[in-house]
Design a protein around this ligand. Structure first.
Ligand code: ADP
Ligand code: MG
Length: 259
């Protein structure tokens, strides 16, 4: 079996006296979708911000390709191949697809900083990279504001991969979209998965979406892992129970049926 690209061991994150993560461990493998599930407040965002170099862990260790790493900034995490696509996507609707794709990393002609933009080349790269994971933008000069939510997700994902992401962290990529767009994003994820060299951490509230694409699961509740496993090893009922934060579904159903 392949080695995990990313290994997270015993991560603790405290905010003052409050413990947001209390010893979280998980392994993330290339070519797999790892669903990270848990209720609001479970610690999902805190965990990904720790992996993305936004927060320094209070304790615990992160390993990339078996080597211990310490991220002091998002740039450190990004250089180690951790690419995060946040919910707001960091795209500017008023500027072109290509400009959003490069955003500060434009290809220039001539001496650095004063050269002209190599626009045709950049258009081609943006177009081709997005086509590889499923959308054909006929005009990369069009404003991002004209694209659907699903297409914007694809842009943010293609950009992260082009700039070196080996672990792609997607924070609730389907939650703000209509059903058709949600499927587009799931298809994009499956195309990335198929490459085989990229690991995806998929944060979601939607158990159906997770079951459609996940190879592996980690369930968080109140800063702790309450369950984890490979897709084939977890029963549907077990997934539902863990989604409910480990609360006994039967008790909850009982309570509701009394109304
Ligand atoms: N910067 C912070 N300072 C203090 N508490 C925080 C901070 N960030 C998150 N928390 C707390 O940590 C817990 C986990 O939050 P979060 O990671 O956002 O959960 P999730 O993304 O699973 O909804 C929550 O109780 C939240 O209030
Ligand atoms: Mg969150």
């Amino acid at each position: 079996m392949a080695e995990p690209y990313l290994k997270v061991e015993g991560i603790v994150k405290k905010f003052g006296p409050f413990t947001a993560l209390n010893g979280v461990s998980l392994d993330v493998y290339p070519g797999e979708v790892h669903a990270l599930l848990g209720d609001n407040g479970a610690g999902k965002s805190t965990l990904i911000k720790t992996l993305a170099g936004v927060h320094e862990p209070t304790a615990g260790q992160i390993y990339v390709e078996g080597k211990p790493v310490k991220f002091r900034s998002p740039r450190d995490a990004s250089s180690a191949g951790i690419g995060t696509v946040y919910q707001d996507l960091a795209v500017n609707p008023l500027i072109s697809v290509t400009r959003n794709f490069f955003m500060g990393r434009e290809l220039l002609r001539g001496p650095k900083g004063i050269g002209l933009l190599r626009m045709d080349e950049m258009d081609k790269i943006a177009h081709d990279e997005m086509l590889k994971i499923g959308i054909d933008i006929s005009d990369p000069q069009q404003a991002v504001g004209t694209m659907s939510g699903g297409q914007r997700q694809t842009l943010a994902i293609a950009r992260a991969i082009y700039f070196g992401a080996k672990v792609l962290i997607l924070d609730e990529p389907t939650s703000a979209l209509g059903q058709k767009q949600q499927m587009e994003v799931l298809k994009t994820m499956m195309r990335v998965r198929k490459r085989g060299d990229i690991a995806i951490i998929f944060i979601t509230h939607n158990e159906i979406h997770s079951q459609l694409v996940a190879d592996r699961y980690t369930f968080l509740a109140l800063g702790q892992v309450i369950g984890a496993g490979k897709a084939g090893e977890l029963e549907h009922d077990e997934i539902r129970r863990l989604m409910a934060g480990g609360a006994e579904m039967a008790d909850l159903e009982q309570e509701l049926s009394g109304i």
